[in-house]
Design a protein around this ligand. Structure first.
Ligand SMILES: [Fe+2]
Ligand SMILES: [Fe+2]
Length: 165
């Protein structure tokens, strides 16, 4: 997990389509995978250590694992199908996989809402320990970066191929 302030979540994205895709892959896809790989076991530990605390985020590790699975399926489709087609210049029918990706983006919202609900919108209680705080801080950063990632695809990358026909 990286501890950057959320202000660094939307660095300058390159203009050119191939470079923009590279930027999405390294700055978002790989970063999300690394963040989730550490947040899920951290949530398991916090839930376990604070099992008797009524403020503990029971179910958070499961919700994060669900988000990781949904995002992995989605990012794999972009990496294996959509982005290679875009690098090759797009072409007839590309609006169909783009529509599927937009629907996937909307589908992440239910799991994200569950994560926010379980954690009081990622606000740790007064008495939260360091691990608990770092779990909520890391999850907040992940969700901010995921929102920036989705906005970059929905608003910048995808329209280039939806309107070029
Ligand atoms: Fe993506
Ligand atoms: Fe996406």
């Amino acid at each position: 997990m990286h501890d950057d302030a959320t202000a660094t979540a939307t660095p300058e994205a390159p203009q050119e389509t191939g470079a923009l895709i590279d930027h999405i892959l390294t700055h978002y896809h790989e970063m999300h995978r690394a963040d989730l790989a550490s947040l899920v076991p951290l949530a398991e530990r916090v839930e376990q250590v604070h099992a008797d605390d009524p403020d503990a985020p029971t179910g958070l590790a499961r919700a994060l694992a669900t988000l990781a699975r949904e995002m992995e399926d989605h990012m794999a489709k972009e990496e294996l199908i959509l982005f290679p087609a875009m690098r090759a210049g797009g072409g007839a029918g590309i609006e169909h996989p783009i529509a599927v990706m937009r629907a996937d983006h909307d589908d992440h919202a239910a799991t994200i809402a569950r994560i926010r609900k379980l954690t009081g919108d990622l606000t740790p209680p007064e008495h939260a320990c360091g691990s608990w705080r770092s779990l909520y801080g890391g999850t907040a950063t992940l969700l901010d970066e995921l929102a920036a990632h989705i906005a970059l695809e929905n608003d910048v990358l995808f329209p280039r191929f939806e309107t070029a026909r």
